[in-house]
Design a protein around this ligand. Structure first.
Ligand SMILES: Nc1ncnc2c1ncn2[C@@H]1O[C@H](COP(=O)(O)OP(=O)(O)OP(=O)(O)O)[C@@H](O)[C@H]1O
Length: 701
C-alpha cells in the first residue's frame, strides 16, 4: 500500500500534466480558430479571383473602350435628352451607356437606385427606328413608366397579365410597325407564356422593326440575386430568337457572382459592362432601437414624421406583414398622418388608387410590404422607415434606396430589435444563403460604432468612400462601451445545455427571459434588450445557432448550441458586447436631426423652387430647371442679393424660396459643403464643377 504522501505527490503531478494539456488544447483551439478564419478568407479570395477571371475572359470591360465619343449621333442624342426628356446634363455613365447601346452592343448596367437607369434605354429607344421592348417585373412600375413617357410625348404601351382594350392596338402596332409605338413594356410572363405575343414580336423583328430589348431589374434572373423570379429565367429566348438586336440589362445591385450569372442567363457573354458605385451620398442611414411596445414605436415614427416633415413630404414605412401594414397605417392615421397601407392582398384597383394618391401628394405616407419595393418611381421620397428588419443587405439597400432619388437629402431609418430576427429567419431559412444574408443585415443593425456606409461598401465589395457624416454612427455616434460579457455568455450556453439535455426547445425570447432571472448573480447587470442582443450576437458568432421546426400552421425558430459553444463554456473564447452608455436612442435621433437640418431644409426648398419654376415655365421637368451645376454655381459665387441669385439661376421669380436660400447661404459657415450635400450625386456636384463658369447652355430658364 502506497503512503498518503506518495498518492498526494502523484495527484499533484497528474494535475500539473492536466493543466499542461489544457494549456496546449487552448493554444491549439486558438490556432484552429485562426486557421478557420484564414480558410474562409482564402476561399472568398479564390472565389473572387475565379469570378474576375471569368468576367475578364467574357469580354472587354467598359473601361477598355472609349464610349465617351465623339459619335455621329452625339447632337441627336443631346437634342432628345434636352427637348424630349428635359434633362440638362448626364449623370455618371449615362452618356457612355447610351453610346454603347447606339453602337449596337449588348450592355450590362449596374447603377445605384435612382442613378438614372431608365434614360439609358429610353433615350436610344426614342432615337432608334422601330420599337423597343422593355421587360419589367411589376405592373406598378410599368404603369408609372408608361404614364411618365406618355406625358413626355413618347408613344408608349404596355402588355401585362391584365388584358386591356389597348392590347389590340398594341398587337397591330407591333405587326404593322407604323411608328405609332416607340416603347412597349411587358412583364416577363408575356415572354415566357404568351405565344401570341412572341409570334407578333417575331413579325416585328422580321420587318426590321425591333430596335432594342431592355431588361429592367435584371437581378431577378439570378438565383443568387435577392429577388429571383422564375419567369426571368426564360428571357434567354430573346437573344436566341433575335441575336442581332442589342440587349441592355439593368439593375441597381449585383455582386460579381450575380453579374456572371446574368450574362450567362441572358446570353450576352460579350456585353459591355458599366458598374457604378452603390454609394448614395444624399441618404442618411440610421438604426434605432425598437421598443417591445408596439404603440411606442408608432408614437416615435409619428413624432419623427411630424417633426421633420411637417409639409407633407412623401415617405414610405416598410412592415413585415400585411396585417402589420394595415395596423401601422391605421395607427399613423390616428396620429394625424395621411397614411395608407399597400400590399399584395389588395385588389389591383385599390392598389392603384393608393399609389396614385401618394404620387400626387394626397397621401403622405405609404405603409407597405416589400410588394411596394421595386418600381417606385417617385423621385422626391424624403424618408424611408423600416418598422421591421429587412431580409438582407441587398433588400435593405433597394428598399431604403427609394428615398431621395432626386439626389436631394433623404433619411433611411431602421427600427431594430433582436426579437425581429427569428420572425425573419423562419421565413428565409429555406432560401439559398437565406440565413447568411439575414445575419449580414443583423450585424449591420447590432453595430453601434461602425459606419453604415462602409457596411454597404464591404457587402458589395467596393472600395471605401467617405461617409461625410451621413450615417448615425458617423454623425452622432452613441456613447458605447465594449463590455466583456464572457461570463453571461457562458451562463447562456450552460442554461441552454441543461434544457437540451431534457429535450426542451426554447426560442430566443424564452431564453432571454430565463437569463433575465438567472444572470443577476453573474456579473454586471444587463437590461432585457441587452440580453437579447447578446443572444443574437452569440448566434452571429456561431456559439449558438437557430433551428427550425414546422407545425401545420407555421415554422418556429428555436435556438440551440452552435459549433463554438464548447469554447465559451470552457472560457476559451472572450465575448464582448457593445452597450450604449449615454443618451437614449430618441435623444440621439434628435441630436442627429439637429446636425443636419440645414442640408435637409435647403434640399427641400431647392426642390420646391425647382417645382415652382417648372410650373412657371410650362411643364418642364424640375431637374432641368435648376440643375446641379447651377446649384454648384450658387456655392461657388455665394450670391448676396436676390438680383445676383436671379442672374445665376436665370431671370425668374425667386422671391419665395430664393430669400430662404440666400438666408441659408449667409447663415451657414459651411455653405459650400451644405450645397454639395444637397446636390447628391458626387460626379455632378460642385466638387467637379466648382471652377465652371456660367455657360448659356447650362442656364436653361
Ligand atoms: N441626367 C439626369 N439629370 C437629372 N435627373 C435625372 C437624370 N437622369 C435621370 N434623372 C431623374 O432621376 C430620377 C431617377 O431616375 P430613374 O428612375 O431612371 O432611376 P433608376 O436608376 O431606374 O432607379 P431605380 O433602380 O430606383 O428604379 C428620375 O426622376 C429621373 O427623371
Amino acid at each position: 500500500m502506497r503512503s498518503k504522501n506518495e498518492l498526494l505527490g502523484e495527484l499533484q503531478n497528474v494535475e500539473a500534466e492536466l493543466q499542461n494539456v489544457q494549456d496546449q488544447i487552448k493554444i491549439l483551439l486558438d490556432e484552429q480558430e485562426k486557421l478557420y478564419e484564414r480558410k474562409s478568407e482564402l476561399k472568398a479570395l479564390l472565389e473572387e479571383s475565379e469570378v474576375s477571371r471569368q468576367l475578364n475572359d467574357d469580354g472587354p470591360s467598359a473601361s477598355l473602350e472609349n464610349w465617351t465619343g465623339p459619335f455621329e449621333w452625339d447632337s441627336r442624342v443631346d437634342d432628345v435628352r434636352f427637348n424630349v426628356f428635359g434633362i440638362s446634363s448626364y449623370r455618371a455613365n449615362q452618356r457612355e451607356i447610351i453610346n454603347a447601346v447606339m453602337s449596337n452592343r449588348d450592355v450590362l448596367v449596374i447603377m445605384a437606385a435612382g442613378g438614372g437607369k431608365s434614360l439609358c434605354y429610353q433615350l436610344p429607344a426614342v432615337l432608334l427606328d422601330g420599337i423597343t421592348i422593355v421587360v419589367s417585373p411589376l405592373i406598378s412600375l410599368i404603369q408609372d413608366q408608361v404614364m411618365g413617357l406618355t406625358a413626355l410625348g413618347v408613344p408608349t404601351g404596355m402588355l401585362t397579365s391584365t388584358n386591356s382594350k389597348d392590347d389590340k392596338f398594341i398587337y397591330k402596332a407591333l405587326e404593322k410597325c407604323e411608328g405609332k409605338l416607340k416603347i412597349l413594356y411587358v412583364t416577363p410572363e408575356k415572354i415566357s407564356k404568351s405565344k401570341r405575343f412572341m409570334s407578333k414580336l417575331e413579325k416585328c423583328h422580321h420587318a426590321g422593326c425591333l430596335s432594342l430589348i431592355a431588361i429592367d431589374e435584371a437581378h431577378c434572373c439570378s438565383q443568387w440575386g435577392h429577388d429571383f423570379r422564375p419567369d426571368y429565367k426564360n428571357l434567354s429566348i430573346l437573344k436566341t430568337q433575335f441575336p442581332n438586336v442589342p440587349v441592355i440589362a439593368l439593375t441597381a445591385t449585383a455582386t460579381r457572382k450575380v453579374q456572371l450569372d446574368l450574362m450567362e442567363m441572358l446570353c450576352i457573354p460579350k456585353c459591355v459592362k458599366f458598374v457604378s458605385t452603390v454609394n448614395r451620398p444624399n441618404l442618411f442611414y440610421m438604426v434605432l432601437e425598437k421598443s417591445s411596445v408596439g404603440k411606442v414605436v408608432i408614437d416615435e415614427i409619428a413624432e419623427f414624421i411630424n417633426r421633420s416633415y411637417p409639409n407633407n413630404e412623401s415617405g414610405i414605412v416598410y412592415c413585415f406583414s400585411r396585417r402589420e401594414c394595415e395596423q401601422v397605417a391605421r395607427e399613423l392615421q390616428e396620429r394625424g398622418i395621411k397614411a395608407h397601407y399597400y400590399h399584395a392582398d389588395m385588389d389591383a384597383k385599390n392598389r392603384e388608387s393608393v399609389h396614385i394618391g401618394w404620387s400626387s401628394g394626397n397621401l403622405q405616407v405609404i405603409v407597405g410590404t416589400v410588394a411596394f419595393g421595386m418600381g417606385i418611381n417617385k423621385p422626391d421620397v424624403r424618408f424611408v422607415i423600416h418598422h421591421s428588419l429587412s431580409k438582407s443587405m441587398e433588400t435593405y439597400y433597394q428598399e431604403s434606396g427609394r428615398a431621395g432619388r432626386d439626389g436631394l437629402p433623404a433619411e433611411c431609418l431602421l427600427y431594430y430589435r433582436p426579437a425581429d430576427v427569428p420572425r425573419q429567419s423562419s421565413m428565409v431559412f429555406y432560401e439559398k444563403s437565406g440565413l447568411q444574408n439575414l445575419y449580414d443585415i443583423v450585424r449591420y443593425c447590432q453595430s453601434m460604432r461602425g459606419c453604415r456606409r462602409v457596411a454597404f461598401f464591404r457587402h458589395f465589395s467596393e472600395p471605401l468612400q467617405d461617409c461625410d457624416g451621413m450615417c448615425d454612427n458617423c454623425a452622432c455616434s452613441a456613447e458605447v462601451r465594449e463590455v466583456d460579457v464572457s461570463c453571461h455568455a457562458k451562463a447562456v450556453v450552460s442554461l441552454l445545455q441543461d434544457m437540451q439535455e431534457i429535450d426542451q426547445s426554447v426560442t430566443i425570447l424564452q431564453l432571454a427571459d430565463k437569463m433575465k432571472v438567472k444572470h443577476k448573480e453573474i456579473g454586471p447587470e444587463l437590461k432585457k434588450n441587452e440580453i437579447e442582443q447578446l443572444i443574437i450576437q452569440l448566434v452571429l458568432d456561431h456559439v449558438l445557432k437557430e433551428e427550425f421546426q414546422h407545425t401545420a400552421y407555421a415554422t418556429n425558430a428555436y435556438v440551440a448550441l452552435g459549433p463554438l459553444a464548447e469554447q465559451v463554456l470552457h472560457e476559451k473564447k472572450v465575448v464582448k458586447l457593445e452597450i450604449s452608455s449615454g443618451q437614449d436612442d430618441k435623444a440621439r435621433s434628435i441630436k442627429c436631426a439637429k446636425q443636419r437640418p440645414m442640408a435637409s431644409k435647403m434640399g427641400i426648398w431647392l426642390d420646391e423652387l425647382r417645382k415652382e419654376l417648372a410650373s412657371v415655365h410650362g411643364g418642364i421637368f424640375p431637374h432641368s430647371v435648376l440643375s446641379a451645376q447651377q446649384i454648384a454655381m450658387l456655392a461657388d459665387q455665394k450670391p448676396d442679393s436676390m438680383q445676383q441669385l436671379e442672374m445665376i439661376i436665370g431671370k425668374v421669380k425667386t422671391e419665395k424660396y430664393g430669400n430662404r436660400i440666400l438666408e441659408e447661404i449667409n447663415r451657414s459657415e459651411k455653405s459650400e459643403d451644405l450645397l454639395h450635400s444637397v446636390m447628391g450625386h458626387g460626379h455632378e456636384t460642385g466638387r467637379t464643377s466648382k471652377k465652371m463658369k456660367i455657360s448659356k447652355g447650362a442656364v436653361k430658364i
